[in-house]
Design a protein around this ligand. Structure first.
Ligand code: HEM
Length: 396
């Protein structure tokens, strides 16, 4: 339970997790950044860090901003996620992380680079022939679903696509107690049911990340329940986040024709464009930590035992750090974005996600001169992630 603040802590009664705010959080983030280095969110009994200069150091300071009590914003989810890599501090975290790093190390992931480039080329050829398509379903989802679910090793059956919806529910389940959180319980139950029956050594595809996880159980390096939570982390963290990052970047490129021309003229700008897309529209908007002692930030003290929201989404738009933060500029190349986290929990899937995105946008830059919106995109509110549901796009 978080301790209500005493003294100088700025407070806000903003409904940060309401539908209206989740659909467009940026003006609220700006207001919260303006209030001070830390803000007490009265409606949720949570503290929040919203400025880049405070989010970044908190991410690397696991001794004072601990993940061990879970990174969700409600106690029930944190209990259910016991054994998840996200909710651990070193030294336990190190043993489980080794399993992820082994599977996801860039050297291994680069082996699929050729497949990604080939598939991306074929995909974009087909989309160019069609002229108009859905940027989420037809463009952003393809590689994560076809390649990443294979790498993770989930059996190739008709339940595969459902993983994506369950994963979005699982993210909602991590938000503060309330309607979104409560209504997503069935998704979490379905996901766990799927994992216990399908993510088992006998059913996972041979040579997959999943098999690496179970081999670590065999060697006694992690427990069975940690293995199950590891498979859940793959299912949740590995696919929807990448789809969100790719579709948001496509949306920003389609809305900014001068920026698309830049990428088109110089495909070397693709990596910078994807980073800028992730900066503008962080697929993971926030996770929480718990303070292990009183933490002083300038003139504000966060008490020990407080649950603190670290807002990647706001830090990435902080005008104190990024000039004109709401402008999409492919040449900004924000390699210091916190979109993939930092410190011990930094995203182990970064190389894989980046490779998928680069393959897709390179294929697009080689083949498409004009890229434009063919209608308004749609999105659903989610307490943790930010992505699009549909994105009508026209290309020539
Ligand atoms: C654009 C795509 C992605 C984004 C924006 C993203 C974002 C993040 C962020 C912000 C964290 C930090 C969590 C924290 O601070 O507590 C994280 C951790 C993690 N990500 Fe990613 N991620 C992406 C893709 C992937 C992929 C493709 C995979 C796996 C296939 C993956 C697996 C994980 C795992 C397992 C963790 C937990 C690591 C730990 O706690 O040590 N992510 N991700």
């Amino acid at each position: 339970m978080t301790t209500a603040p005493s003294g100088l802590v700025p407070k806000s009664d903003v409904e940060l997790f309401s539908t209206a705010t989740l659909m467009d959080p940026y003006p609220h983030y700006a207001a919260l950044r303006g209030l001070g280095p830390a803000v007490y969110l009265t409606r949720y009994d949570l503290y929040g860090l919203f400025r880049y200069e405070h989010v970044r150091p908190a991410l690397v300071d696991w001794e004072r901003f601990s993940s061990a009590e879970g990174v969700a914003m409600n106690p029930r989810t944190n209990e259910l996620m016991d054994g998840s890599i996200l909710g651990m501090d070193p030294p336990r975290h190190k043993a489980v992380r080794k399993v992820f790093d082994e599977a996801l190390r860039p050297k291994y992931v680069r082996q699929v680079a050729g497949d990604l480039a080939h598939l991306a080329g074929k995909l974009v050829d087909d989309l160019v022939r069609r002229g108009q398509f859905d940027g989420v379903r037809d463009f952003a989802r393809k590689l994560p679903v076809d390649i990443v679910l294979d790498l993770i090793g989930f059996p190739r059956d008709d339940q595969r696509e459902e993983i994506l919806d369950w994963a979005l529910g699982a993210f909602n389940f991590m938000g503060p107690a309330g309607d979104f959180q409560a209504s997503s319980l069935p998704d979490v139950q379905d996901l766990m049911q799927y994992l216990t029956t399908k993510a088992t050594p006998g059913k996972l595809l041979p040579g997959s990340f999943g098999q690496i996880v179970w081999a670590a159980v065999e060697r006694g390096e992690i427990t069975e329940s940690e293995a199950l939570m590891t498979m859940s982390a793959y299912a949740c963290a590995g696919v929807d986040t990448t789809i969100a990052g790719i579709s948001s970047t496509l949306w920003l490129l389609a809305r900014n024709p001068d920026q698309w021309s830049d990428v088109r003229r110089d495909p070397e700008a693709v990596p910078g464009a994807f980073l800028e897309g992730l900066r503008m529209e962080a697929p993971v908007q926030s996770f929480a930590r718990v303070t292990t002692c009183d933490v002083e930030l300038d003139d504000v003290t966060i008490p020990a035992g407080a649950r603190v929201v670290l807002s990647y989404g706001s830090a990435n738009r902080d005008e104190r750090h990024y000039p004109a933060p709401d402008c999409f500029r492919v040449r900004r190349n924000p390699s210091d974005t916190v979109a993939f986290g930092l410190g011990v929990h930094n995203c182990p899937g970064r190389a894989l996600a980046t490779m998928e995105a680069h393959a897709l946008f390179r294929a697009l830059a080689e083949r498409v001169e004009r890229l434009e919106l063919a209608g308004e995109p749609t999105r659903s509110p989610n307490s943790i992630t930010r992505g699009l549901d549909t994105l009508p796009v026209r290309v020539a």
